[in-house]
Design a protein around this ligand. Structure first.
Ligand code: CMP
Length: 139
């Protein structure tokens, strides 16, 4: 399996509860290399652009409002099979369905306030990492 990059976001529900460090520790324990990282407060327009793929979904308005309700930490992660591995570490989108020990099982509040985001495929990983970081920052 090839070495890949993926985008991780530590969402506002997690930064609000001061569990950023716990989540970053887990990222390092799982042997991801943090290629780039920053903490920022998205505007509504940023969140709408980032989640544009979901704009027809009923949860889009609430999701985008939530994502700009407080700071997020965005990370470009690298390791072998990074996209699938980060999704495995996060667990299912809905914490009610997440496996024991996954970040969402441990920390998520509900389906919307689910603490972390990860890219779902190589194409989205390329678009999502480039949304936040330049090539130079991820080198
Ligand atoms: P995320 O992996 O960031 O991708 C889209 C987000 O929309 C998802 O996590 C959830 O936080 C949120 N969301 C809210 N409602 C739903 C839903 N019914 N199905 C999928 N995602 C949802």
């Amino acid at each position: 399996m090839a070495v890949q990059k993926t985008l991780a976001i530590i969402k506002p529900d997690a930064t609000a509860r001061n569990i950023t460090g716990k989540i970053i520790s887990r990222i390092e324990e799982e042997e991801f290399t943090i290629k780039a990282m920053k903490r920022l407060h998205l505007t509504l327009a940023d969140a709408q652009r980032f989640y544009a793929v979901h704009k027809e979904r009923p949860f889009y308005k609430d999701l985008t409002a939530f994502m700009c309700s407080g700071p997020v930490v965005v990370l470009c992660l690298e390791r072998e099979d990074a996209i699938a591995k980060w999704r495995e570490v996060m667990g299912a989108t809905n914490p009610a369905n997440a496996a024991e020990g996954t970040l969402r099982k441990l920390h998520a509040v509900d389906l919307e306030k689910n603490s972390v985001h990860g890219s779902d495929a190589p194409e989205t990983a390329a678009v999502e990492t480039a949304f936040f970081f330049s090539g130079l920052e991820m080198a």
